[in-house]
Design a binder for this molecule. Structure first.
Ligand SMILES: *Cc1c(COP(=O)(O)O)cnc(C)c1O
Length: 425
C-alpha cells in the first residue's frame, strides 16, 4: 500500500512561516477517526476501556482528544501519573502498569487512587508497606516460553523481565484475596508491534482460560482483563494494517466461547494501546540542509536521533516522503542523516528516494508514538516543538521547542553558568 503524508507541501510552506523545522506534526482527524473505531470495535463489552499508554506520546493536548472517546491513561512512572492527574484523569481511569517501581511512585498512585497493576509477587508486600493495598488490584501475567502467530511473527515472553509466572500468579491472587482485596484484574503483554489481527484474540484466549481457572481454584471472579498494548502499525508500505473492528469481533467470539459459559459474563475488557492509537497520526518534519558526496550519497537534515531514536536504537524502518515530490521517481539512493557525532544517527540507509534538493522537507512517517517521547539530549541537541494539524486545517502548537535555557535548567541550583545568564539579559 502506498504511504501518503497527511500534510501537503503547500501546507508545510504555510506552517514553516511560523514554526521552524524540525517539528512533530499530529493529525487530529486521523486520531479521532481511529479512536472512534477502537471504541466501536469493543462496544459489545459493557465495561470496555482503552487506557492510552502515556509513554508513547505524553502530550496532554493529544490525551485530551482521546479522552473524548472514553480513554483513560496507562502510566508507568511518577511524572506520567502527575500528567494524567493534572488534566483531570483520576481514580480508575488511570492504570499504573509499572515495573521495578520506586516506593514513592506506588505511594503517589495510591494517593490518586489509580488502579495498580503489579509486576511481581514481591510487590504485594512492597505495596502494602508503601501506600497500602487497595480494594482493587491487577496482576501482570508472564506465561514464559515463546509466543508464536501463524504468520511467523513471534515474541519471547520467557526472556522478558515483566510479570508473574503462572504459579506466582495463583499464589499472588490467593494472598491478595486473603489480605482483603475485593476486586481483581489480570494483565499481560506478550508481543510488541504485532501487524496481524491474530494477536489480541490469541492473547485473550490465554487470559480468559486463566480467568476460568482462577474462578475454579480460588473462587475469584475477575472484574477486568487487560489485553495491554502491542497492536502494531504498518511501518513499511508493503504491510497490511490491522483491522481493529475484526480484532474486536474476534475477541468477542473468544469471550463468548470461554468466559460466558463459565459464568464470567461481566468481565470488562481493557486495552493499553499506545502505538496503534497515535503512531500513524504523527510525523516528523525536517529540512534537508546539506548534501554530501563521499563514499556514499548523504543528505544531512536538521532533525537527528534526539528527535527520533527508533532507527538508531532498533534499526527501525520509517517511511520517508520528500514533500512535493510524491509522484517523482525514486531513482536516487541516499543515507538520510542527522548531525549527532554518532554514526548510527541515520533516519534511512540506502533508501531510494526522489532527487533531494537543499531546502526540501522530508516527512518521516509513523512517528506519532514512541517518537518524540523517546528523545534525549545527546550532543546538547534540543527537542523540537509538537504541532497539531486541526480538523479545520489550522495548526496549533501543543508543545514548544526546547530552548538552551531548558538544557541548562538543571544547573539552576548554583551560579556556575552565571555568565550565560548575563548574556541572556
Ligand atoms: C509500552 C506499553 C504499552 C503500549 O505499548 P504499544 O506497543 O505502544 O501499544 C502498554 N502497556 C504497557 C504496560 C507498556 O509498557
Amino acid at each position: 500500500m502506498e504511504k501518503k503524508p497527511f500534510v501537503t507541501k503547500e501546507q508545510l510552506d504555510e506552517i514553516t512561516k511560523e514554526y521552524k523545522t524540525p517539528f512533530y506534526l499530529y493529525d487530529e482527524k486521523g486520531i479521532r477517526e481511529n479512536a472512534k473505531a477502537v471504541k466501536e470495535a469493543f462496544s459489545w463489552n459493557q465495561g470496555f476501556k482503552e487506557f492510552f499508554a502515556v509513554k508513547a506520546t505524553p502530550n496532554p493536548f493529544l490525551i485530551q482528544i482521546l479522552r473524548e472517546y472514553g480513554c483513560g491513561c496507562d502510566c508507568s512512572s511518577l511524572t506520567e501519573l502527575m500528567l494524567s492527574d493534572a488534566i483531570g484523569i483520576t481514580g480508575e481511569d488511570i492504570m499504573f502498569s509499572s515495573n521495578a517501581t520506586p516506593a514513592e511512585e506506588f505511594q503517589f498512585a495510591r494517593k490518586i487512587n489509580a488502579t495498580i497493576n503489579l509486576d511481581d509477587i514481591t510487590h504485594i508486600e512492597f505495596l502494602e508497606k508503601n501506600g497500602g493495598l487497595p480494594e482493587v488490584i491487577s496482576c501482570r501475567y508472564n506465561p514464559g516460553g515463546v509466543f508464536k502467530m501463524s504468520n511467523g511473527i513471534m515474541d519471547n515472553p520467557g526472556d522478558a523481565k515483566y510479570g508473574f509466572t503462572k504459579e506466582q500468579l495463583f499464589e499472588g491472587f490467593r494472598i491478595l484475596k486473603e489480605k482483603g482485596v475485593k476486586r481483581f484484574g489480570l494483565h499481560s503483554f506478550l508481543a510488541s508491534n504485532t501487524v496481524t489481527n491474530e494477536y489480541y484474540p490469541k492473547l485473550a484466549k490465554i487470559l480468559f482460560e486463566t480467568a476460568v481457572e482462577l474462578k475454579e481454584k480460588l473462587g475469584i471472579c475477575l472484574s477486568f482483563i487487560n489485553l495491554s498494548g502491542g497492536v502494531g502499525i504498518p511501518y513499511t508500505p508493503d504491510q497490511e494494517p490491522n483491522d481493529i473492528r475484526r480484532i474486536g469481533e474476534e475477541v468477542r467470539k473468544v469471550y463468548e466461547e470461554i468466559l460466558t459459559p463459565a459464568g464470567l459474563s461481566d468481565v470488562a475488557i481493557y486495552t493499553e494501546m499506545g502505538r496503534f492509537m497515535m503512531g500513524p497520526y504523527g510525523c516528523l518534519v525536517t529540512k534537508a540542509i546539506h548534501e554530501k558526496h563521499t563514499h556514499k550519497e548523504y543528505i544531512g537534515c536538521d532533525a537527528c536521533a534526539v528527535n527520533l531514536m527508533r532507527p538508531a536504537m532498533y534499526g527501525a524502518y520509517h517511511h520517508i516522503t520528500v514533500s512535493g515530490k510524491e509522484d517523482a521517481p525514486c531513482d536516487h539512493k541516499y543515507d538520510i542523516t542527522g548531525s549527532l557525532c554518532e554514526n548510527n544517527d541515520k533516519f534511512a540507509i540506502d533508501r531510494m528516494l526522489p532527487k533531494i534538493d537543499i531546502g526540501d522537507y522530508l516527512i518521516i512517517h509513523d512517528t506519532g508514538a514512541h517518537g518524540f517521547s523517546m528523545g534525549y539530549n545527546y550532543n546538547g541537541k534540543l527537542k523540537s516543538a509538537e504541532l497539531l494539524l486541526q480538523e479545520d486545517g489550522t495548526v496549533r502548537m501543543i508543545r514548544r521547542a526546547e530552548e538552551p535555557k531548558d538544557y541548562f535548567a538543571t544547573f539552576d541550583f548554583c551560579d556556575i553558568l552565571k555568565d550565560m545568564k548575563q548574556q541572556e539579559k
